[in-house]
Design a protein around this ligand. Structure first.
Ligand code: ATP
Ligand code: MG
Length: 637
């Protein structure tokens, strides 16, 4: 067995040989003639000359060996629907969808915008686009009309695929209405809209434009639509980043490189095996949903569990904090993928729920999307008794760049660290102002990548090569490196620790502190459920840290003596861990924190409110009440 160190070294020293080897994990209709073309940095073309298809690799390829095996397991605790599609059934549904899209005029290279809740039809639509070589652009279903309109204008889709409504904790979200309003607002008008009717909300059909999936499906019930063989470098999809730091960026991805990257990651990182079940609790609106609900598990020949609903509600719509564990038992899930924010929700549930089900099928829980704080990691790790594998990546990278590759070699994880650089990624730490490479352990710097970036990485910003180069590759004077806009440190064993976003660095009297470090210290206090730290302008010190804490015991909110006591304990703790400079000037208590729809802290909005500025672009804000609470607390002094 190869050691991971050798595996990694080969990926960096002999990338062509390494990736040609990985490329065997997928089917090619025509072999590639060149592995990596990096003639025009920072643009990379992977597997030039090769022809393949994502849908073929995810679906058709498995028809020979496992036609009747589960491919898509759909569970909605919002509607009570639970349904399993075998590979053969999925193949038929995808062809019906592909034929319907063709009937609406969709051809290779056309954009299809998918604005859908977590329904099986959304998976059919993504796979159908891949089948036809149409470029899908999935927009998270929680977005309102304004955000949707700006994405319609950017993607200029020929067809939009949507539904009457979604449902969140029993609350109906009228997608069709929101879409109609978005199309009214946008300058680009899609030629057709294809709608799934879930009978959750009324729909006003626009004659000539709107079509029902049920009708088109029936008309194409026996459709046979072959896969369009695409150049490896043809675009598979575009997707927007979460918008945590500013205006979302339209990330564009290729076909062959992405398929190879996912297939390799399923083997080396996620240890997913054909015939087993994979459960990612994310949403198709995010990159995790693209890579690890739809394409990755299916390419690996696994069944993928697609889930609509809260983690705390059962199929009978009654409160059930054990629903995910119930599903792990029922479908013998071997690998599960979630986010720290979801685990923090579960942490508030009865811990006995973790012992109630037979979770022996589960080999690991993967978590990504935001920093995994140690108390949360310890809690879930003790509860499940399986490895908790943090993995750090971005919409831009498409798959993890820091984690451990237990499929190559069992590697210990360290609490607080997502892990070590993954094969193919040339990860470096650079000094924030001088741009010099940091080679000593435990020095803080910006996490960057040197080119060529590996397969699966974004090709460019959709329709905007200049924005791609200028935004990501020109932040360090005199060097062309990709900036992650996150900063971190590397310890003596080569493990990275992510300290937060580069714009989350606080400068207190000339000392640079990461908000993440302060948050990590505060969240270690037993009375703290969640915390956000931001830097606020201060005339004397430049900036000071301000902490917003969700206490475990809600009664602290209405009890000023208890609040004062907790505040002073928290300050003492930070003094002890990091020194008095890092001590927040104030700790304020709130019942919830402002987050993006993807569950990430919106620090920039908190910071703006603290400094009395406009909060800026709030289209990705989940719950306006959370930001209002911050505003009220700040105003109360
Ligand atoms: P935008 O780029 O539009 O501001 P975003 O960066 O939140 O939005 P994503 O691509 O969804 O959009 O998120 C990637 C970011 O999430 C990373 O750059 C990092 O800051 C954070 N992140 C993801 N996984 C981890 C992890 N395991 N540990 C720490 N941070 C993580
Ligand atoms: Mg980002």
């Amino acid at each position: 067995m190869t050691s991971y160190a050798d595996f990694y070294r080969r990926s960096i020293d002999e990338p062509d040989a390494f990736w040609a080897e990985q490329a065997k994990l997928i089917d090619w209709q025509r072999p590639f003639t060149r592995v990596c073309n990096y003639d025009n940095p920072p643009f990379v073309h992977w597997f030039e000359g090769g022809k393949t298809n994502l849908c073929h690799n995810a679906v058709d390829r498995h028809l020979k060996d496992r036609p009747d095996q589960a491919a898509l397991i759909y569970v909605s605790t919002e509607t009570g629907l639970e349904k399993t599609y075998s590979f053969a059934e999925l193949h038929r549904e995808v062809q019906r969808m592909a034929a319907s899209l063709q009937a609406l005029g969709v051809q290779k290279g056309d954009r299809v915008l998918i604005y859908m809740p977590m329904v099986a039809e959304a998976a059919f639509a993504m796979l159908a686009c891949a089948r036809l070589g149409a470029i899908h652009c999935v927009v998270f279903g929680g977005f309102a009309s304004g955000s949707l309109a700006s994405r319609i204008d950017d993607a200029t889709p020929k067809v939009v695929v949507s539904a009457d409504a979604g449902s969140r904790g029993g609350k109906i979200v009228p997608y069709k209405q929101l879409l109609d309003e978005a199309i009214r607002l946008s300058s680009h008008k899609p030629q057709a809209v294809l709608l799934t009717d879930r009978a959750l909300a009324p729909m006003t059909m626009v004659a000539g434009r709107d079509h029902l999936w049920s009708a088109l499906r029936a008309a194409h019930i026996d459709a046979q639509v072959p896969c369009e063989w695409l150049d490896s470098t043809d675009i598979s999809y575009t997707i927007y980043t979460s918008g945590t730091t500013g205006k979302p960026k339209g990330v564009q991805r290729d076909t062959g490189g992405y398929a190879v990257a996912l297939a390799a990651s399923m083997t080396h990182i996620f240890d997913g095996r054909a015939g087993e079940t994979y459960f990612s609790t994310s949403d198709i609106g995010w990159v995790v949903g693209h890579s690890y609900i739809i394409y990755g598990p299916l390419i690996a020949g696994m069944a993928t569990l697609m889930y609509e609903g809260l983690p705390t509600q059962g199929l009978d719509k009654q409160a059930d904090g054990g629903i995910w564990w119930r599903l792990v038992e029922k479908y013998k899930v071997t690998a599960m993928f979630s986010a720290p924010t979801a685990v923090r929700v579960l942490k508030k549930q009865d811990p006995a729920l973790l012992k109630k089900y037979d979770l022996s099928s589960l080999r690991a829980l993967f978590l990504a999307g935001e920093p995994l704080d140690e108390p949360t990691a310890r809690w879930i790790s003790e509860g499940l008794n399986v490895p908790i594998i943090d993995n750090y990546w971005q919409t831009e990278t498409g798959w993890p760049l820091l984690t451990v590759a237990n499929g190559v070699e069992q590697t210990p994880s360290k609490f607080g660290s997502p892990g070590i650089p993954m094969y193919g990624y040339r990860v470096k730490l650079l000094h924030e102002s001088t741009g010099e490479e940091l080679t000593q352990p435990n020095e803080k710097g910006v996490v960057v990548l040197e080119g060529p970036t590996p397969p699966g990485f974004m090709q460019t910003v959709w329709k905007d090569d200049a924005r791609f180069v200028n935004t990501y590759w020109k932040t360090v004077p005199g060097k062309m490196v990709y900036s992650t806009f996150d900063w971190g440190i590397r310890d003596e064993d080569g493990y990275y620790f992510i300290l937060g976003r580069t714009d989350d660095v606080i400068n207190v009297a000339g000392h640079r502190l990461g908000t993440r470090e302060i948050e990590e210290s505060i969240s270690g206090h037993a009375g703290v459920a969640e915390v956000a730290v931001v830097g606020v302008a201060d005339s004397l010190k430049g900036q000071v840290a301000m902490a917003f804490v969700v206490p475990k015991d809600g009664s602290v909110l209405g009890d000023s003596a208890a609040a004062l006591k907790l505040e002073s304990e928290i300050m003492k703790r930070v003094d002890g861990d990091l020194g008095a400079l890092a001590r927040p000037s104030r700790v304020r208590f709130v019942s919830l924190l402002p987050k993006t729809r993807s569950g990430k802290l919106l620090r920039r909005a908190i910071q703006a409110v603290c400094e009395g500025r406009e909060a800026g672009d709030l289209t990705t804000l989940d719950d306006p009440a959370a930001l209002q609470q911050i505003r009220d607390r700040v105003q109360a002094g």
